[in-house]
Design a binder for this molecule. Structure first.
Ligand code: TYD
Ligand code: MG
Length: 463
């Protein structure tokens, strides 16, 4: 009798281990290794019949300068979503939407499905998590019941593919979620890496063969990785994350990979009783509940992709009771904070070694730009000195290790947005002055060294 063969697969990164271990050697995840039967799946060898020798056929090779047409896109009409995808879902492509449970992935996608269906496209929405009645009920609550979306509640990939191949080719297919799908071709349990990978591959193959745009929904673990199938991220053409602060109602859709567009655009939505609403002026939202009179708060004029976004940076410093001071950061890079603290210490004589430092980007936005350095430094100095900064001022600029303030890109757009929102003063690199638009009704405070800014703040009256 043939011995049944099994192997050990990490559910986090997909590595195949020769034996069970508590910790995956490749990704360092604990308790992620699961025994699975060999056969099928990508790299699993496949059933013998599929591996049978086949004569290769000659493929026509082409050149880089060959004529290409821009990939046709399916515009949903939800502006914030189309912005993140780079102008709509690309035909014949697969896209993964990740996010924590309850963040609003299903809501976003049923809205997108309805919007596309109302434009006359054939849209199929397959839910593996909810019954058709539940999806219908939600759609009714969102006022989408009249949209001709075709619904199914199904988890078998073979059945899903057979259904999709029946009738005219759907232009948009939504699979909610990929973790609930399973295929007969592999033996592992649903939700395992092998299953998810095989299911995703079958759906991606369908997308490429038929020219449909396929959207896969994926759950995200606590530490922000798409649960289990990180491998799926490599297989799809685009990966979007839907994130937000549980307590707040707004949600941010961010592209982390996009073969057909930029990855730095964000889409901002607000979760309301009637579903997700687009937020076309995010700065107004992020600054809506701001207390400008408190020391330690500074408005940063940032950029998210091609769009300026103003957001408040909050700092709190308090004498530490412990041996080592705490540095806690929400929404920014903690290494960058260490650097700003070191520059303040070494170049400006601002000693924060004995203080706990808490830094937060208001509203749950995550900032990756070095341009936030200056606003962070100003917030820290303001918090330490107990001096509130002028409520109508914004800051942006990169800080070099020497303490010099460097100009950053898009200064004109940042200033224009600040002016539009009623700010009267901008603290920035002296060199950014050249980029200021003509006729701007703002006072520009160009600084070339961080110590000038520290001296300015220290000279202000305490609040
Ligand atoms: P859902 O789309 O089911 O999240 P996911 O698919 O990412 O798990 O969204 C669920 C949450 O959204 C739920 O907590 C309730 C909230 N919600 C609203 O506030 N308003 C609405 O109109 C809808 C449909 C959901
Ligand atoms: Mg859902």
């Amino acid at each position: 009798m043939a011995k049944s063969r099994t192997r050990f697969v990490c559910q986090n990164c997909g590595t195949i281990a020769p034996r069970w271990t508590g910790k995956c050697e490749t990704c360092g995840e604990w308790n992620s290794i699961v025994e699975e039967a060999v056969g099928g799946g990508v790299g699993g060898g496949g059933p013998v019949a599929l591996v049978a020798k086949r004569q290769g056929r000659v493929i026509a090779l082409s050149t880089l300068d060959g004529t290409v047409q821009d990939s046709p896109r399916l515009v949903t009409g939800i502006g914030e979503l189309d912005r993140v995808t780079g102008g709509g879902f690309v035909e014949g492509s697969a896209l993964l939407v990740g996010g924590d449970p309850g963040i609003g992935k299903s809501t976003l996608l049923i809205q997108a499905a309805a919007a596309a269906a109302r434009r006359g496209e054939r849209v199929v929405y397959v839910s593996g998590e909810e019954a058709v009645a539940q999806v219908t009920m939600r759609a009714r609550r969102l006022g989408l019941a009249d949209a001709p979306v075709e619904l199914a509640s199904e988890t078998s990939i073979e059945d899903v593919l057979a259904t999709l191949d029946h009738g005219p080719v759907p232009r948009l297919v939504i699979i909610d979620s990929i973790q609930t799908m399973w295929t007969d071709t592999v033996e592992s349990a649903p939700g395992t890496v092998t299953q998810v990978r095989a299911s995703a591959q079958a759906l991606i193959r369908f997308a490429k063969a038929r020219g449909s745009a396929v959207v896969l929904v994926g759950h995200v673990t606590k530490d922000g990785q798409i649960a289990g199938p990180r491998v799926v991220e490599h297989m799809v053409d685009a990966v979007l994350y839907f994130e937000g602060d549980g307590a707040k109602s707004f949600r941010i859709l961010r592209a982390v990979k996009n073969r057909f567009g930029a990855t730095d655009e964000i889409g901002v939505f607000e979760m309301t009783g009637a579903g997700l609403k687009e937020v076309t002026n995010p700065s107004e939202l992020f600054l809506s509940d701001r207390d400008a009179s408190a020391p330690g708060t500074v408005v940063f004029a940032g950029m998210e992709g091609s769009r300026p976004v103003l957001v408040e940076i909050q700092a709190l410093v308090a004498q530490t009771n412990l041996g080592t001071a705490r540095r806690a950061v929400v929404g920014w890079d903690s290494n960058r904070l260490s650097m700003v603290l070191a520059v303040l210490d070494a170049r400006c004589g601002v000693k924060l070694a004995g203080y706990d430092v808490h830094l937060a980007v208001a509203g749950g936005l995550k900032i990756a730009e070095p341009a936030a350095d200056l606003a962070v430094a100003a917030a820290l100095v303001s918090a330490l000195a107990g001096v509130p900064l002028p409520a109508t001022s914004v800051a942006f600029g990169e800080i070099a290790l020497s303490g010099a303030i460097r100009p950053v890109g898009h200064s004109g757009a940042r200033l224009k947005e600040a002016e539009r929102l009623g700010f009267g003063e901008a603290v920035m690199a002296e060199a950014s002055r050249a980029e200021a638009p003509k006729g701007l009704g703002m006072t520009l405070r160009g600084q070339s060294h961080l110590s000038d800014l520290v001296a300015r703040i220290a000279a202000q009256p305490k609040g």
